[in-house]
Design a protein around this ligand. Structure first.
Ligand code: HEC
Ligand code: HEC
Length: 445
């Protein structure tokens, strides 16, 4: 009993002494607070400012050692990543993009840090908080990019894909990315871009078998981004090429970056992104909310079922087995969105069609040889459950095929309706054929 008393006294003494080791958290002045309406600021102040601002809002119990040291570390790290007290000095587009990232973090429960809300229930994100931010950002309220013609792309000479420099963290470029199979497509209303998400053979097979928790070593993703442009047809098409990003899975080689090698190559000359190897922190931090899905945002279009909710997109994959071809196993030539019907379409081609569709030829309309088969799959769109501001394919609405024949006329076959049955009496076959054959392949570097 005596020994216990001594121990207790010693513990109390240590606890008291610890209180003197109290390094300060600097509070520099608020120079440029994020520009946003008061109700938006109120949400950020309540849920986020304890860590992401120069206005420290700590509770009394946060000030007690040793907990204080952890709080201090969180605050300093958080400010390094994002500081709402200085964000106002950045361009308006950057401030908005940060808010989109904030919504993604909040709705997937990644922010505020769960260990923080356990002790500070007031900072918990409520449905009202999210509704306020979403109403302010309203990604789909603005008209699609106004333009009446697709900007002609100057015929630049294509880059030598085999000679592209590795990323600054050493992750190599993969010259074969464009031969990989499409896993999905996103229509990003937060920044007016389209993205193809492609997977190499290992990734495509893993998606087809549902073996994606985690994705097997050797899986590779490419994400290609284009600026959206509204054509004279009123449809939104991929215009200017922006960048290609890669994620290469190797759990041991890339163990410090969540098991993935990350790289981004920008512009038609595919210049490695970033000032130095630290750029990778941007990738891993923004992919953090999908930690449970092995850091992967995309819901691959597949008939298999994943182990977790909302990690695959079965709804979009529901193409009946009786179609003459299964286009989801082919490669994609381009995509477009019809803003009037909120549908999204992807043009697929068989091997002969892909060979003729030269994505490096600028705006040329391909001449498809006999034997080429094109398939245009049209889906209704739905909101991406992983990223506010993005839309992804939902249930298919129609599948149209063109079998190109030697007289270049080609045969048009259409499947539509709830069960995607063959529509042999469709009146506009000739117009659809001209339209589909005239689609421009999405430009590649
Ligand atoms: C307890 C402190 C804490 C609170 C409260 C908190 N965060 Fe964070 N936040 C962090 C830390 C630490 C990081 C760095 C995460 C990392 O890299 O591991 C971070 C990172 C982020 C990032 C990534 C920034 C980047 O680098 O791109 C965003 C966005 C973010 N937080 C948003 C929010 C939002 C929105 C809220 C309020 C709803 C919030 N956070 C509340 C600690 C906090
Ligand atoms: C601001 C948030 C954000 C940042 C920063 C970010 N990503 Fe992503 N990434 C996403 C979202 C959202 C998706 C889902 C597809 C889409 O809509 O663009 C995605 C998808 C991807 C994909 C397709 C596989 C998947 O996870 O769905 C790759 C590859 C990728 N990102 C690479 C990168 C690389 C490399 C970097 C860093 C240079 C990076 N990302 C930085 C948000 C981000």
């Amino acid at each position: 009993m005596k020994a216990f008393g001594k121990l207790l006294l010693a513990a109390i003494a240590i606890f008291v002494l610890l209180q003197f080791i109290h390094p300060a958290i600097p509070s520099p002045p608020v120079t440029a607070e994020i520009a946003a309406p008061p109700q938006v600021l109120h949400v950020l102040q309540k849920d986020c400012y304890s860590c992401h601002s120069n206005e420290r809002r700590l509770a009394w119990f946060d000030q007690i050692e040793p907990g204080y040291w952890l709080v201090r570390k969180d605050v300093l790290t958080a400010r390094e990543h994002l500081n709402f007290s200085t964000l106002g000095s950045k361009p308006a587009a950057v401030q908005k993009a940060t808010l989109f990232e904030a919504v993604a973090m909040m709705q997937l429960g990644a922010m505020p840090l769960p260990r923080f809300t356990a002790l500070h229930p007031d900072a918990k994100v409520t449905p009202e908080d999210l509704a306020i931010l979403k109403a302010y950002l309203a990604p789909w309220s603005t008209a699609p990019p106004a333009s009446t013609a697709i900007t002609p792309v100057p015929a630049t000479s294509p880059v030598n894909l085999a000679a592209i420099a590795p990323e600054l963290n050493g992750v190599p470029f993969d010259k074969d990315f464009e031969t990989w199979k499409p896993l999905s497509y996103t229509d990003r209303g937060d920044n007016d871009t389209f993205r193809f998400i492609l997977g190499n053979d290992i990734a495509f097979k893993a998606a087809q078998s549902g073996n994606i928790s985690p994705w097997p070593d050797g899986s590779r993703f490419a994400k290609i981004a284009w600026a959206q442009e509204t054509g004279p047809d009123g449809l939104i098409h991929p215009g200017r090429f922006i960048q290609v990003e890669l994620m290469l899975k190797d759990a041991s080689l890339y163990k410090d970056t969540a098991g993935w090698g990350w790289g981004r190559w920008r512009g038609l000359d595919l210049k490695p992104y970033g000032k130095d190897a630290h750029f990778v922190g941007e990738c891993t931090t923004c992919h953090l909310p999908v930690r449970k899905a092995d850091d992967v945002y995309t819901l691959p279009i597949t008939t298999s079922h994943g182990m977790l909710q909302e990690v695959v997109n079965n709804r979009a994959a529901a193409l009946p087995a009786n179609l003459p071809y299964q286009p989801l196993a082919w490669n994609a030539i381009t995509m477009f969105v019809d803003p009037a019907t909120r549908t999204q379409s992807t043009l697929y081609g068989n091997a002969q069609a892909l060979q003729a569709a030269n994505p490096r030829s600028g705006n040329a309309t391909p001449t498809y040889p006999a034997g080429a088969v094109l398939a245009l799959v049209t889906w209704v769109q739905r909101d991406d459950p992983h990223w506010f501001g993005a839309r992804i394919p939902d249930a298919p609405r129609s599948v149209e095929f063109i079998e190109v024949t030697s007289d270049a006329a080609g045969k048009y076959r259409r499947y539509d309706g709830a069960s995607l049955a063959e529509d042999a009496v469709f009146p506009n076959a000739a117009q659809r054929k001209t339209f589909i054959l005239g689609l421009t392949p999405a430009k590649l570097p």
